[in-house]
Write a protein that binds this ligand. Structure first.
Ligand code: BDR
Ligand code: CA
Length: 340
């Protein structure tokens, strides 16, 4: 069993990640935090609520309706939030329309960090954090509870580009670019001998290998007429693939967040001795830091592969992805829950 807190900014691929997490029989989603990123924090909150409603209406996924969730910070630690409607659509979910997506959430900003802390204490030693947006809320949670690194079972962060070009600026990836100080603070906070785990950074080096083709999309969403969740994923993916096409990559989509979620789940299951757990990529232990000052490189993630900084490892970098295995697993897991 994996107990997850997912901090995300749906976001088309975030939405895919949520559909997977709720569909996986060995995953318990303990809490969700809405992070500003792809769209505003408030809109992400509406999207989270909409996804939960859609999932709950479609299939009786236990407790989807009761999962505690909170809005995170309105802005990154030191800069004003920029959003990316061109990548994810005006509401963050491409052409998909979610229930209540235009209705305000009536939640307070900034409760996300508190929810991190409360959930980590409630599931002391059991909780795995999965960050699929900027690290703002986790950084603020670490300020509220500096002992958080001793409490988590694992931490996976989708972000960065190590031996790979960026997808935002030449060397930067969107999530880290959106709040470089927060990511820096996270790596610093876990750099202590009694940390219960290292952050596993899952950069573009691995995630961009997961190329969703029209054939894979068709396998995923066949029969969508009878499944509101599959229909929403299909509408969202249409937009996402058009975006990638406009970026000169062909009519495909890079699916980052569901891969990172599946990687985190399978890694945990492996640690628990589950023989069915899949190996979805390869990690390398290293020192990771984030450039905060570079005129051209602010927000770049750097791994000290040769140990030139003379520091002990503070992280693990996921450098490869078993894309075919991941897609088979993702499609099977999602369809087993939402296809009728
Ligand atoms: C990351 O940025 C977001 O747009 C995606 O949801 C993903 O988390 C990829 O750079
Ligand atoms: Ca995301």
């Amino acid at each position: 069993e994996c107990t997850l807190l997912i901090d995300c900014d749906p976001g088309i691929d975030d939405m895919m990640a949520l559909a997977y997490a709720f569909a996986h029989p060995q995953v318990q989603v303990a809490a969700l935090v809405a992070s500003g990123g792809n769209v505003s924090t408030e809109q992400v909150g509406r999207n989270l609520r909409g996804v939960l409603e859609l999932i709950q209406e479609s299939v009786p996924v236990p407790a989807a309706a009761e999962v505690p969730w909170a809005l995170g910070a309105e802005n990154p630690l030191k800069q004003t939030l920029t959003t990316t409607e061109e990548t994810h659509g005006d509401f963050g979910t491409g052409y998909a329309v979610l229930p209540g997506q235009s209705v305000p959430t009536e939640k307070n900003h900034d409760d996300g960090a508190r929810l991190w802390v409360e959930t980590a204490r409630r599931y002391e030693g059991q909780l795995s954090g999965v960050v699929l947006g900027p690290c703002t809320n986790l950084a603020r949670a670490l300020e509220l509870d500096p002992e958080l690194p001793t409490r988590l079972a694992s931490l996976h962060i989708m972000g960065g580009a190590l031996n790979h070009r960026g997808n935002t600026m030449p060397t930067t990836e969107w999530n880290i670019h959106s709040d470089p100080e927060a990511a820096h603070q996270v790596f610093e906070a876990f750099d202590r001998p009694d940390a219960a785990c290292y952050p596993v950074l899952c950069p573009l080096d691995a995630t961009e290998s997961n190329i969703l083709t029209p054939e894979l999309r068709q396998r995923l969403t066949a029969g969508k007429e009878d499944s509101p969740v599959l229909a929403a994923l299909d509408d969202a993916l249409q937009f996402y693939m058009e975006f990638h096409e406009g970026d000169g990559l062909g009519f495909i989509a890079h699916v980052h967040d569901p891969f990172v979620t599946a990687y985190a789940v399978n890694r945990l299951l492996q640690e628990q001795g589950d023989e069915g757990a899949l190996v979805l990529g390869k990690e390398v232990e290293t020192v990771i830091d984030v450039e905060l000052d570079g005129k051209l490189t602010r927000g770049q993630t750097i791994a000290d592969w040769l140990g030139r900084w003379g520091r002990t490892p503070n992280a693990s970098a996921l450098m490869t992805a078993e894309a075919a295995t991941f897609f088979d697993h993702y499609i099977e897991t999602v369809r087993s829950c939402y296809a009728h």
